[in-house]
Design a protein around this ligand. Structure first.
Ligand SMILES: NC(=O)c1ccc[n+]([C@@H]2O[C@H](COP(=O)([O-])OP(=O)(O)OC[C@H]3O[C@@H](n4cnc5c(N)ncnc54)[C@H](OP(=O)(O)O)[C@@H]3O)[C@@H](O)[C@H]2O)c1
Length: 321
């Protein structure tokens, strides 16, 4: 039997790394397109058995190179995304133009399916450039290739994410932590393995021409997330509601002086909107694809790295012998 060939852009990212393992374990042949072989490919190499994984270096702005990969694929998955803009890598280029071109190439090469990972609730956050570019990308994809499926996750987390791990680092260093919008913004965090299962089922169940909001089982406010992270690393910190005007001034300074900003003004704008199912689209639960992993239980598995004396800090009986 010929295994389906799946081409993944953004393969070196958090979701990509987990997805490749999931796909190769399920007998798909994966081509992982990365922009720099030396920086990330060594992590990917272990994610597939021999014969199931090719790692190729590609510039997503080089249409011929992208087309030569799309041509050989049965299914294409796009995970390329950014949280802040740099010189050429604008939200427009990354979240609208590239997905649009990719969808055209999938159409021209008659692929079975394009799965594009966008984000939950972007159509509502009209004052965020990130959200507008994501939303525009979704529209362009749908126009250009009918057999597209758009997945719209809430926050995605796991042991090697840029979200819980960064927050746990900050919470373990800082004496106090700012709460934007009083910490009331709601999220439905989804574990990366639940999201990769949704992607797998989107392929297996041949779910085309749909947009699916991808949510985990818990609805948590920003404050509840921070409190759960604090509990998990055994720390107490002052949580201080920060007026949004002050937050924007500090975010502007962070953006100006940090090459990889921790927070931007655009992200603050986005944080104003709840990141929970909107009711405008189906969710993974409507397709009987459950996301069962509970935030509190999952972070407990890796938070030991931020506890003062490591994993067994609370259960040391060695001196009692
Ligand atoms: N994680 C979340 O909480 C979350 C929530 C909602 C939606 N999403 C969306 O899901 C997708 C994947 O997210 P993720 O968490 O895996 O993000 P990630 O870890 O930041 O990975 C992003 C990927 O995009 C690639 N990329 C960025 N700019 C590129 C460029 N100019 N050329 C080529 N590749 C480029 C990165 O390559 P390098 O490794 O070389 O940097 C990386 O492979 C993104 O579209 C994101 O917006 C994520």
């Amino acid at each position: 039997m010929k295994h389906k060939e799946i081409l993944v852009f953004g393969a070196s990212g958090h979701i990509g790394r987990h997805l490749i393992r999931k796909l190769t374990k399920n007998n798909f042949k994966v081509t992982a397109a990365v922009r720099n072989f030396h920086r990330k490919a060594y992590i990917l190499k272990t994610q597939g058995n021999p014969g199931y994984l090719d790692i190729v270096e590609t510039n997503i702005y080089d249409l011929e190179a992208v087309n030569s990969l799309v041509k050989k694929a049965d299914i294409c998955i796009n995970l390329v995304g950014i949280l802040y803009e740099t010189k050429n890598n604008t939200f427009e280029n990354i979240h609208s133009s590239f997905p649009s071109v990719l969808a055209k190439l999938c159409h021209e090469n008659n692929l079975d399916q394009l799965i594009h990972v966008s984000a939950l609730g972007v159509e509502k956050a009209l004052d965020s450039k990130y959200a507008k570019s994501k939303s525009n990308g979704e529209k362009l994809i749908k126009q250009n290739f009918l057999k597209s499926t758009i997945l719209k996750p809430s926050i995605v987390y796991s042991v090697d994410d840029n979200f819980t791990t960064n927050f746990m680092t900050l919470l373990s260093i800082l004496p106090a932590f700012p709460l934007y919008y009083n910490g009331k913004t709601k999220f439905n965090p989804i574990h990366v393995s639940d999201l990769t299962e949704i992607i797998l089922q989107t392929i297996n169940q041949k779910i085309y021409s749909n947009s699916i909001e991808c949510c985990g089982p818990d609805t948590l406010t920003f404050k509840e997330i921070i409190q759960k992270l604090l509990n998990s690393i055994d720390k107490k910190r002052l949580l201080i509601p920060m007026p949004i005007s002050l937050a924007k001034i500090s975010a502007k300074m962070i953006e100006t002086f940090m090459s990889k900003p921790l927070i931007t003004v655009d992200q603050l704008n986005l944080l104003k909107y709840d990141n929970t199912p909107t009711g405008d689209f189906k969710t993974n639960f409507d397709f009987n694809i459950n996301a069962e992993k509970k935030f509190e239980q999952e972070i407990e598995k890796y938070s030991y790295m931020w506890k003062d004396s490591g994993e067994y800090s609370k259960n040391n009986q060695i001196n009692k012998l």
